[in-house]
Design a protein around this ligand. Sequence first.
Ligand code: CO
Ligand code: ZN
Length: 331
Amino acid sequence: MKDLIKRLAEEYGPSGSEGKVTEIIKQEIAPYVDEVKFDKLGSLIAVKKGAGAKVMLAAHADEIGLIITHIDKDGFLRFDTVGGVAIFRLTGMRVVFKDGLIGVINAEKGDPATAGVDKLFIDIGVSSKEEAESKVSVGDFAVFRQDCVDLGNRIVAKAFDDRIGCAVLIETAKRLKNSPNEVHFVFTVQEELGLRGATASAYSVDPDIGIAVDVTRTGDTPESPTMDVSLGKGPAIKVKDSGIVANPKVRDLLVKIAKEQNIPYQFEVLIGGATDASSIERTRGGVPSGVISIPTRYVHSPSEMVDMNDVENSIKLLTSVLEKDLRSEGF
Ligand code: CO
Ligand code: ZN
């Protein structure tokens, strides 16, 4: 599974260009489901048919990135951010474009730690605008270029937000034998720009219950902001973030099943941020929705860290939920 996680995390997939990622997911999940389709915005929907409650699971395929806004006469690229990229992290970073072109980010004179994005540029190793334009154009997207590294129990990569959630959904589909429910595994697009793909796919799936699987930050590093979630202490069951108060029925179901299965869990109250569950919840007449969050250090940095025990326990929790007859649980 670490191999699949590595492939997913290293793949290129900024918001709006998730095709390479969803193609990997399609290949992986197809043998384990009854139907695989793309919706009109590009989200991948894999369905395990069943007569019971309709469940929508969501993990987003996109990642934060950059977009080229201007190419100057010497071939330096100016850019804007796509999603919540922290500008102070960018100086010195390498980025990669869809076709594999690599660039390095640097800053004009002044303090790069406080520079705005307008003071930063990408150098792709050319010496003129013409040469640059033979390789790249305004409107091209780039993402961090980072290897996934295995530190043992903990692994580090770019884009664990939310490729780790994608891996959890794929692995759940592989392990789920008999579910009385109809399960829609949805790999959404453009989450980082405001839950856009999930908004459309939730409407078409029309589920009885929604569960997003995404990352959440932790409070277990030196002098970190207060956050009662730690790496390695189990999946976090969301109570609230800035986009949702998790539906109590869904939250309580997750807690009940974690207890039944002896799966460690933590409660998550996230001060800023939201997940696809917020848009699932508000589709049509409303859908009871909740979130299983994978504790992740350094979210939205080029080096996000997760603990494999949390990943494993998230799969166990999700699989156990789907094995229940959710109609008789009130959905
Ligand atoms: Co994110
Ligand atoms: Zn996310």
